[in-house]
Design a binder for this molecule. Sequence first.
Ligand code: PGA
Length: 247
Amino acid sequence: MKIIANFKMNKTPLETKDYLMNFLSRVKECPHEIVLCLPFTSLFVGKFLTEGTGVKIGAQNICDEDEGKCTGEINGAMLADAGAKYVIIGHSERRTKFKENSKMINKKIKCALKHGLNCLLCVGENLVERNTLKTAEVLKEQIEDALKGIYENELEHITIAYEPIWAIGTGQHPTAKEIDVSANVIRKVISNDFSVQAGEKINVVYGGSVEPKNISQVSKAKKINGFLIGGASLDYNNLLQILSTLK
Ligand code: PGA
């Protein structure tokens, strides 16, 4: 399974170092692929400390341009050089707070792939869309917009994170059955737009209030390949607990 932590805007480089010093020695035998998506400023310390451990680091954003006058932005080459193997793209917090639109998200995916980064494309419905039974429609639109111009052989570098907005940081989460329904929608979109095989092979993870106390419940979902964990990952003990439940 892919177990991905999203630290969001948390932890200084020193705090990241402390976290990693405690965490890394405890996951040596872990059978899962662990990815820690750190703030930009912690990437380098992350790269340095995770070298040779099997734990990968990722970023939480990427510029949609490779060069030019982009004050304050970080491009794909910089992320790769700083040690990122993954990058989160299209997180709902970026779509809403930072006004990222589908065109930008599509460009970001292309920039990430160009620099050898694996993409974690976040998609998911808000509460109104859920209540009006629009989830499938929303997922289809978000995926198709994000993957315009992407070739089937590039999909192995793309993981789709199903993150219902109403479940992020709220303590609420869909049932395992509901997660599977959405994962099936995602696979169907990929299978229609690329191939049946691509739909089966694409990595889909679930994110939204995954915590030690609900991991055994949400991990009953059978159509996903892992989890994207925000708040709970900030304490390494919680992440370790989640990992041990998944063993
Ligand atoms: P959460 O965040 O686990 O705190 O709900 C998940 C995310 O935003 O990726």
